[in-house]
Each structure stands twice: as C-alpha cells, then as structure tokens.
Design a protein. Structure first.
Length: 103
C-alpha cells in the first residue's frame, strides 16, 4: 500500500531515501487522480524493497507542491538520490510508471 507523505515528512520519506521513490501528487476532488490511485497502489505492492511509493495530497501539502512547481494533477514524480528524475503529468499506463521506477 502506498503511504502518505506530507510537507513535514517529505525530506525523510522521499529526499533521503536510499532507493528510488515514486510520489503521486493528487487531490480527492480530482477525477483523473482517482483513476491513477489503484495503479499507484499496485505499484506499491510490486515495488517491495526495490523502491518506495508515496501519495501527497496537494490540498493539504501546498508547500511541497509549490516547491516542485505542480500546476496540474495528477502528477507523478520519480526521485532518485533526492533528485527528480522524471515528472509525469496526467494519467499514464501502469507500465510507464513501473519502467520509470525501475520495477
């Protein structure tokens, strides 16, 4: 299951991770985000110890969303060694997310 991250925990959860991290930036009112949600959950199960998967509610965590220039959701970002390796905006197939995450 994908864990939630927040403005307060983002540094430790994502930026300091020693494995690649997928972050799903979403909001409860966003229809396309609801479509991506189950895909993200599947990836979280597949990732095991190879990667970490988090969800970030942009309505509740505006600081992090602003820091990364999020203007459209859903946005999925892949982090590696604390750096954004890829930013995917809009609904993408599961295979794209899995490939970018390396699982």
């Amino acid at each position: 299951m994908a864990n939630a991250t927040s403005d307060k925990t983002f540094q430790a959860d994502v930026l300091e991770s020693d494995v690649p991290v997928l972050v799903d930036l979403w909001a409860p009112w966003c229809g396309p985000c609801q479509m991506v949600g189950p895909v993200i959950e599947k990836l979280a199960q597949k990732a095991g110890d190879k990667a970490r998967v988090f969800k970030l509610n942009v309505d509740e965590n505006r600081e992090t969303a602003a820091q990364y220039g999020i203007t459209a959701i859903p946005t999925v970002m892949i982090f590696d060694n604390g750096e954004v390796r890829r930013k995917l905006v809009g609904v993408q197939p599961e295979s794209i997310y899995a490939k970018e995450l390396g699982i």
